[in-house]
Design a protein around this ligand. Structure first.
Ligand SMILES: C[S@@+](CC[C@H](N)C(=O)[O-])C[C@H]1O[C@@H](n2cnc3c(N)ncnc32)[C@H](O)[C@@H]1O
Length: 341
């Protein structure tokens, strides 16, 4: 009897092991598929974010002030990491000496091609060059640039500390690191005239929904879209010097008759997003992040409809009725530090 029991126990443990190995293999395959898909959609998303409103992200006089604070007149070479189609780098030309060179690097060949074309059009091709590369393995020698910078790159990367360390590697001693990164959760509490009669719970529910998605995205190692708040701590850990943080003074203000070029561009973008049922991400991606963040699957549709309605239809209805107005606060951090000599 005892022998029989021992044999059964061994057999059961073998079956269990095979089951665990199969499950792990399936999980690994599934994770790989998710990663592959997310890389595909990441590109799509960046494309969505390169719309016209991006041209109005900064107040030019604020940028001049930041140029003084960062002492950009002493900068001879700049690296713009995750440059996309070049928006940030082109803005920087107004605060850099006329002879300064800028290198843009992005992992997407398509954006690099567009950035090169734009540099030609803007008569900057003799100073601005672009190349494909990954922030975690930058194709440059140590200590190559006076200034290394990025705008809304670190919100997309899985290991922010590694990425920042790699950016520091190519920075010259005494050079300046400039990181422009947001806290995106704050915008859910930036209210408008339409929120005055909205139940408090509705507003808090959307905030909770977005936080679940943000945390899920982070848990999947696909970046954290409110990373801005964490960066000064990382820079201190890395023993960088002269750490400074400012907040861009650009507000996303709306009031009737909504006829500024910026307001028109944003309305047009929201109209497009509304047609495509696009929120911060599309539905399937939002659901993936929400579930990974620990969201209750049975409540997803409820939250999704609310979030979409608040951002898209309700906004457009308010514009149509001339009843939508807001100061439009948002949190974009300008974080800088120097590499020690
Ligand atoms: C939101 S866009 C910002 C583009 C640009 N900095 C701007 O402000 O317009 C993020 C960019 O980072 C790029 N990116 C994402 N992960 C990257 C990585 N690991 N290495 C290099 N570029 C990356 C994307 O291809 C995309 O162009």
């Amino acid at each position: 009897m005892l022998q029989f029991l021992v044999k059964w126990t061994i057999l059961l443990s073998l079956i269990n092991q095979i089951f665990i190995e199969n499950t792990n293999a399936m999980q690994a395959e599934e994770n790989f598929e998710i990663k592959k898909n997310s890389l595909k959609t990441e590109k799509l998303h960046s494309g969505k974010y390169f719309g016209k409103p991006r041209d109005y992200w900064w107040n030019p006089d604020f940028l001049q002030l930041m140029g003084k604070r960062w002492q950009t007149q002493q900068v001879k070479s700049v690296l713009d990491v995750g440059c996309g189609v070049g928006h940030w780098g082109f803005l920087l030309k107004d605060i850099l000496p006329k002879t300064t060179t800028l290198t843009g690097v992005d992992r997407e060949p398509e954006w690099i091609k567009t950035a090169q074309e734009r540099a030609q059009t803007e008569n900057l091709a003799h100073r601005y060059t672009y190349t494909v590369g990954d922030v975690n393995q930058l194709p440059f020698e140590d200590s190559s640039f006076d200034m290394v910078t990025c705008q809304t790159l670190l919100i997309h990367v899985s290991n922010v500390k590694n990425s920042v360390l790699e950016m520091c590697r190519v920075l010259k001693p005494g050079g300046i690191l400039v990181l422009i990164e947001p806290n995106n959760i704050g915008r859910t509490l930036s209210l408008s005239t339409l929120d005055m009669n909205t139940p408090m719970d509705d507003i808090l529910e959307i905030t909770r929904f977005q936080m679940l998605c943000e945390r899920g995205k982070q848990a999947l190692n696909e970046g954290y879209i409110s990373i801005g708040d964490q960066l000064p701590g990382y820079l201190a850990e890395m023993k960088l010097e002269e750490i400074q943080v400012f907040i861009s003074d650009k507000a996303k203000t709306f009031f009737p008759p909504y006829d500024s070029p910026e307001q028109e561009a944003i309305i047009q973008e929201i109209q497009e997003w509304s047609k495509k049922n696009f929120w911060i991400w599309d539905e399937s991606e939002t659901k993936r992040f929400y579930l990974a963040g620990g969201g209750d699957a049975s409540l997803f549709e409820y939250y999704w409809e609310k979030a979409l309605y608040r951002q898209n239809q309700r906004f457009l209805e308010g514009i149509e009725a001339h009843s939508y107005a807001t100061s439009g606060g948002k949190l974009t951090y300008c974080i800088s530090a120097r590499k020690s000599n």
